[in-house]
Design a protein around this ligand. Structure first.
Ligand SMILES: Nc1ncnc2c1ncn2[C@@H]1O[C@H](COP(=O)(O)OP(=O)(O)OP(=O)(O)O)[C@@H](O)[C@H]1O
Length: 346
């Protein structure tokens, strides 16, 4: 179990991370998800012990590994945590086997134990056949596998990943996603994984912390982020395609189509792309839009139009040419309503 309590970090007066509190159960897979600069890496580096919190506490199980209130920080090497970066950071002058063996040597394990653990880790990542090669003699994908083998060889209780797949091509990324989930399950360790790729987050995570400006917008299982977004930021950030946030004013869509389902609200009504339909002709519950783009997806078509300056997307069965004017039909009620600041109203 990992517990963060009121964790904060400032760099020379600038607040990078503010008041983060969450608990990740033993064996879970936490993804820190958010746009560039929102503080994901800073949290991961505090978990690894590479950065010292300026507020709050981090516990691994019952053990405090950092506590800003008493200026306590446990050494990275004593935390029983393994870290893999975006860059593979393998030792170029050591073979694959030498790289995987390295943390075991640092941990002063006996020769037989080292040999067994390195072999087990290389086997698990499918790189045993490359043991005698140097990092310069294997592909980027293989290097990342070796980096992960090196991380798990000492059997850490906590696995920390900082965008480990972002240097790989799209096909390899999908393959490694599955591999990483398998490795995580096999080790039983608790994982914390930083990414700005929501597909990675949604497929791998048991828990997701969506971050924005150094704070957590929502901490929930992946499905919950979709079904029940806590803020307009989460609704815009999550989902493929993301939900439409349509402006509403005093209970009227676009300020001119009154709808009792909006309950007089001003802000945004959330309408999922799959809940928005295309109508053949204008009606009381439709609004007009200029077509912007059409994307084929899983046998259907995502149709995006521009309505009063706002991009709006619907999942449709539209066949043939796209009409020069679109009419989107609103559902009986929005899936959520947010105030002008993005806070959830209902
Ligand atoms: N060593 C540092 N000194 C000063 N400011 C820093 C330092 N490290 C991070 N920051 C700042 O803290 C904020 C959070 O950075 P962080 O790297 O944690 O974001 P991130 O969400 O991981 O971003 P990215 O996805 O781009 O890696 C940013 O504003 C960043 O500029």
């Amino acid at each position: 179990m990992i517990t963060l309590s009121h964790l904060g970090k400032t760099f020379g007066g600038a607040q990078a991370v503010s008041d983060i509190s969450l608990t990740v159960p033993e064996g879970a897979f936490l993804v820190l998800l958010g746009p560039s600069g929102c503080g994901k890496t800073t949290i991961l580096r505090m978990l690894a012990g590479l950065e010292h919190p300026t507020a709050g506490e981090i516990r691994f199980g019952d053990t405090a590994v950092a506590d800003a209130s008493r200026g306590y920080v446990m050494e990275p090497g004593s935390r029983n945590a393994g870290l893999v970066f975006q860059s593979y950071a393998l030792w170029p002058h050591m073979t694959v086997a030498g790289n995987v063996d390295w943390p075991l040597r640092v941990a002063n394990l006996g020769r037989e134990e080292r040999r067994a653990r390195a072999a087990e880790a290389m086997e698990m990542l499918g790189v045993a056949g490359l043991a005698a090669r140097y990092p310069g003699e294997i592909s980027g994908g293989q290097q990342q596998r070796v980096a992960i083998a090196r991380m798990i060889a000492p059997r850490p209780r906590v696995l920390l990943f900082d965008e480990p797949l972002s240097n790989l091509d799209a096909t390899l990324r999908v393959e490694m996603r599955t591999e990483l989930m398998r490795v995580h399950r096999a080790t039983g360790a608790t994982a914390v994984y930083v990414t700005h790729d929501q597909i990675e987050a949604m497929t791998m995570a048991t828990h997701v912390a969506v971050m924005n400006g150094g704070r957590i917008e929502q901490f929930d299982p992946p499905e919950r982020l979709l079904s029940d977004p806590a803020s307009a930021f989460v609704a815009r950030f999550i989902g493929t395609p993301p939900a439409n946030l349509i402006p509403v004013q005093a209970g009227a869509w676009f300020g001119r189509m009154p709808d009792p389902a909006l309950r007089g609200a001003t802000g945004h009504g959330m309408v999922r792309a799959e809940d928005l339909a295309l109508a053949d002709a204008p009606g009381p519950d439709t609004f007009a839009a200029q077509p912007v783009e059409v994307v084929p997806m899983a046998g259907r078509r995502l149709v995006t139009g521009l309505a009063e300056g706002q991009r709006v997307t619907a999942v449709t069965d539209l066949a043939g040419p796209v009409p020069s004017e679109l009419h989107f039909r609103l559902p009986p009620a929005p899936a959520a309503i947010f105030d002008p600041k993005g806070n959830r109203l209902s």
